[in-house]
Design a protein around this ligand. Sequence first.
Ligand code: C2E
Ligand code: MG
Length: 572
Amino acid sequence: MVNAQLHGPLSAQVETLHERKLTCMDNLLSATDAVVYFKDERSRFLYVSAGWIANVAPGLTAEQVVGKTDFDFFRKEFAAATFEDEQRIMRSGEPVIAKLEQDDRTGEWYSSTKMPLRDGGGQVVGTFGIARNVTGLVEAEKALAYRALHDPVTGLANRTAFMDRLSQALLALERHPSGLAVLFVDLDHFKEINDSFGHDAGDQVLGEVGRRLLLLARSVDTVARLGGDEFVVLCTGLGDDDDVGLIADRIVRGLRIPYGDRGRDLVVTASVGVVVTDDPLAEPEKLVREADAAMYEAKKAGRDCYRADDSAPPNAPGTRNLRSELRAALAGSELFLVYQPLFALGQRSLLGVEALVRWNHPRRGVLLPNDFISFAEQHGSIADIGSFVLDEACRQLAAWRSRPSWPEAFTMAVNISARELSAPGLAERVAEVVRRHGINPARLCLEIPETALIVDVARVQQTLSALSNLGVRIALNDFGTGYSLVRLRRLNVDILKIDSSFVSQVNENPRDREIVAAVTAMSHALGITVVGGGIETTDQLDTLTALDCDSGQGFLFARPMSAEAVLALVGE
Ligand code: C2E
Ligand code: MG
């Protein structure tokens, strides 16, 4: 530690210092803007530098300051705190290093170091200090800290801040049992606003959405923007009587009110997913994922609404059970595939099969996909199920193909969930599996659900284009709502499967018949093949054939069957 040493009695020292007008030190200190002072044992100034004058008392001379104390220049509290420090240094001889102090008259920040001033005998006879104006640094640090926890567009908390608050709120559930809810808010078609009105307008809408969310949520709730057009609201302290549905509904209705100036009103709606828990051990990331999955259900339900996470299907055991049972099913060999044949309608010839997953549940018997696929989508195990299905279907196709008289053109269709399609790496995974099993990619068809085209179109488009480049065919699984056909072509969709709900009504409902006729004609014009799904009667088959539908699937031809039964059907 550096201590200033003055030699001889202090009064003589001071005299000497003054006599020499501190020339040397003063010249040195004037060359910098350092705030330097020396004080006697009662905290009276013996010397102040030019930097001290400039920062503390501009217009005065050093001589005018000597003999005065901080109480003559600063507010009482600040001067008292400094006096305290200096008296402590006097008693202990211990310095105060780099203390951050704010001059409350000017708001400027200083990093201040205060040292004991010793005489030749080592006796503490006063103090001296040096302070640096660090206002710029402090402001920059504050700005950085703000930026680290806030979203720059809306000023709301950002993901980091939100996850931190969610973790804290979960911890608090241990001490004060109650409920908390995460509401995942995603704007509908926000990309179109950016595309049509520009990013500035988009940012304005995001800012307004943030302001509205703050008003629509309760004052204790945390509102954050996760990024893009995704917002989250954390509601804490929920009692049994609190209905989160009401908050979600208020948000949906409140965001729907038009934005912008009169004359160019813009309507933006939002889909909201809700998850509620009272479990302090719940994982924050998982909760947000579940709320996201529930939001996705709201999108599927037509957007502009909210959905709660009620992932357990009817009659299913509790969520926890199903989750661990599914894990066990994946680890063991409880999942298996059945195959439903696809026929050309004209010649009634077998074109290929569609792989459909089944779960041989140890207690409940064979479960159908509707009992567990959407659950798996929401609880993170869909990727594992998808990997199993793709691998097993390709393995089976390769095994069939190795038989001498197997029909070359026989195709295998595999269902891909919307989640899998929007997760990264699907095209790479497919390429790897196709290569490993040595199958012709043109014989593999991936069936994607229509809902997959609603969310994250850009990413889906990229994946579909990569898959198409591999040579894999893409079928739209449950075509029904009339998604623009031209757009489908641009998305590399080769096949359109007309939903069985249309097929079942094709003879009863003239509108359904017209739709099937129009869709088939337009699809053909665009080079898209049309498949009728769920054909159960010969009347339906006849109508679809008359409407020029290319191929069909349904109980009339064949139910889903084992791999051995497919062999028998092919005539092997
Ligand atoms: P999908 O892709 O539309 O598959 C056709 C579904 O309709 C199958 O039900 C099939 O058994 C049933 N079906 C076929 N013909 C008829 C018929 O004439 N009448 C009736 N009433 N039903 C018929 P399944 O196997 O229960 O599959 C339901 C859905 O689950 C599938 O619909 C598909 O979206 C999904 N799925 C099936 N396997 C998988 C899979 O491996 N992965 C993923 N992600 N989803 C799958
Ligand atoms: Mg399908």
